[in-house]
Design a protein around this ligand. Structure first.
Ligand code: NDP
Length: 253
């Protein structure tokens, strides 16, 4: 009863972008375990995630929506509202990575990262906020930044990715302040190295990183979802415009 009051998401609907794998998949599964109905947006479908949620007794749907496509995202939110009756939570997670330095990449490659990681996060956040405002829902939006948006994280040279994630963290603060008047909270999480398909880096890179992490290990997707559930739920009612780092101590050094 106490845990349900503080952290329960029964009766809420959560949209998870990029919920077909990695961090988004775990977030979708655990948001459903906390009681939320879940809609997953991705380019290639998230049937496996939906199946896992349904096997656990939860409710979920998968919708094809590319976060770079404003119209497709708006339509997907419309479908979510028609299907589940509202939208209360957005876990704004879809992202891509590029292991190239500023000089190795060109402007088109830079823009490709920005299109998904920054513009895509903007598009989904605004589409969610428009629905929440129209329905009078005091929702919670959780954007996904990265430690790469806070520090320059050698030995990985990836200016475009770093810039996109710094943009997400500051955009989060701006949206949080602009949307207080609607009762919408906006926060971000900044994970460190998490074992996912994106985090599947060459062994040399892994060997270079591990000594730099005080915990000397990869993080696991399950180690992020407690924070996501907290930020989505009633316990975080005073929390907005903040970035939460979950990185095994990496950014302390
Ligand atoms: P994954 O590659 O496992 O998952 C990313 C998901 O995003 C995929 O399921 C993909 O699905 C979806 N996606 C990509 N582009 C789009 C798009 N244009 N529209 C809709 N969906 C899209 O990566 P992670 O789980 O590791 O990463 C998730 C987030 O966490 C990213 O924002 C990443 O930058 C961030 N992050 C990851 C860290 C890590 O160490 N793993 C560390 C810090 C941050 P599909 O291809 O079907 O569209």
């Amino acid at each position: 009863m106490f845990l349900e009051e503080k952290f329960g998401l029964s009766g809420k609907t959560a949209v998870v972008t990029g919920g077909g794998s990695g961090i988004g998949q775990q977030a979708a599964i655990d948001l459903a375990k906390a009681g939320a109905k879940v809609a997953i947006f991705s380019r290639s479908g998230a049937e496996e995630t939906v199946k896992i949620i349904q096997e656990n007794g939860g409710k979920a749907i998968s919708l094809i929506a590319d976060v770079r496509d404003e119209k497709a995202v708006e339509e997907a939110f419309e479908q979510v509202v028609n299907h589940f009756g509202g939208v209360h939570i957005l876990f704004n997670n879809a992202g891509i990575c590029q292991h190239k330095s500023a000089l190795e990449a060109d402007a088109e490659e830079f823009k490709a990262i920005m299109d998904t990681n920054l513009t895509g996060v903007y598009i989904a956040a605004c589409a969610a906020a428009r629905k929440m405002i129209a329905l009078g829902i005091p929702g919670s939006i959780i954007n996904v930044g990265s430690i790469s948006g806070k520090i320059v994280n050698l030995p990985q040279e990836q200016t475009s990715y770093n810039a996109s994630k710094a943009g997400v963290i500051h955009m989060t603060k701006s949206m949080a302040v602009e949307w207080v008047k609607y009762g919408i909270r906006v926060n971000s999480i900044s994970p460190g190295y998490i074992k996912t398909p994106m985090g599947d880096v060459p062994k040399e890179m892994e060997d270079a990183w591990m000594p730099m992490i005080p915990m000397h290990r990869w993080g696991h997707t399950e180690e992020l979802t407690g924070m996501i559930i907290y930020l989505a739920g009633p316990s975080a009612s005073l929390t907005t415009g903040q970035d939460f780092v979950i990185d095994g101590g990496y950014t302390c050094l």
